[in-house]
Design a protein. Structure first.
Ligand code: C2E
Ligand code: MG
Ligand code: MG
Ligand code: MG
Length: 287
């Protein structure tokens, strides 16, 4: 639209475009400048969202999701800043920060004598540029005495279509396993998903994107979900349904035998303490 208005030579549109553009640039610059101090200040916060095991109703894991308690703007969502930070190495620093927070949380759970659940951390594709990036993650997990298997990485499906050679991604996933990390394919179905991915790469879990569940009353949608769950089972992958909001969606996932469900129907992502309260309450309810 902006491009069009420039062609039209409409000065007002053009001015509007420039103003909006300048505004956005300014905003991005401010967010970038606030990054460093915010990291030092612990203004980035670990939120956890439960993954509920359908077989027994227990909490089978949690996903780590970042929230930014911005000094001027208050709590802001990842959609506002992740794409920006992904344009530079800031995203790698943020992912490492989140991973360490997840380790701190797990360490506390272990020390308290509770049976810990695995935490999954989102990993930007940018890490893959560095062949040794896993060393830091492994050392950090060890420093916090986290037993292997309690930490997972979520890799968004787009990573598999990036500039990386297939063999590099395969190698990194192998390294993750050697170091004791699990690996899940995030947002499956949100873009150019290919069934080839799930057989080509040695992943442990597949997270079905929430768009699969939008039209759950539609038979075609149901058939697609059914097939994907069957496929996951055949390949020995853990299936996770993302963004489940309604009883209807939940009951269908139960019918097809999906392993884990994550979504507002159970809980929104919560600050760690609130998550623990929610978890305890749930445990009391089901046991
Ligand atoms: P994601 O990894 O696919 O995370 C799931 C997103 O779906 C989260 O959004 C979560 O709040 C949202 N969600 C969960 N259940 C429901 C539901 O029932 N309905 C709806 N409508 N949404 C639901 P969030 O927290 O805003 O994060 C957005 C994305 O930002 C994440 O998508 C992930 O790709 C990225 N992200 C978040 N934290 C990090 C991080 O620490 N590092 C990196 N690299 N990316 C992150
Ligand atoms: Mg994720
Ligand atoms: Mg996802
Ligand atoms: Mg995503």
């Amino acid at each position: 639209i902006a491009y069009q208005s420039r062609l039209d030579g409409e000065n007002t549109d053009c001015a509007f475009y420039d103003a909006a553009y300048t505004e956005r640039m300014k905003e991005e610059q401010e967010l970038e400048q606030a990054f460093e101090p915010s990291l030092e200040n612990h203004d980035f916060t670990l939120y956890l969202q439960p993954k509920v095991r359908l077989k027994d109703g227990q909490v089978g894991g949690a996903e780590a999701l970042v929230r930014w308690n911005h000094p001027e703007r208050g709590m802001i969502s990842p959609g506002m800043f992740i794409p920006l930070f992904e344009q530079s190495d800031k995203i790698c620093r943020l992912d490492r920060y989140m991973f360490e927070q997840a380790c701190v949380c797990l360490e506390r759970w272990i020390k308290s004598g509770n049976k810990p659940i695995p935490i999954s951390v989102n990993l930007s594709r940018r890490h893959f540029d560095d062949p040794n990036f896993l060393t830091w993650f492994s050392e950090t997990a060890q420093r916090h005495n986290i037993p292997s298997g309690l930490l997972e990485f979520e890799l968004t499906e787009s990573i598999f279509f990036d500039n990386f050679k297939i063999n590099i991604v395969k190698q990194r996933i192998r390294q993750m396993h050697e170091l004791g990390f699990q690996c899940s394919l995030d947002d499956f179905g949100s873009g150019y998903s290919s069934l080839g991915l799930v057989k080509e790469f040695d992943i442990d879990a597949i997270k079905l994107d929430r768009r699969f569940f939008k039209d759950i009353e539609d038979q075609k949608s149901r058939d697609v979900i059914d097939c994907l769950i069957t496929l996951s089972k055949k390949l020995g992958l853990t299936s996770v349904a993302e963004g489940i909001e309604t009883e209807e969606q939940l009951s269908y996932m139960q019918t097809v035998g999906c392993d884990l469900v994550q979504g507002f129907i159970f809980s929104r992502p919560l600050p760690v303490e609130e998550f623990e309260t929610w978890w305890e309450k749930k445990n009391r309810g089901t046991s």
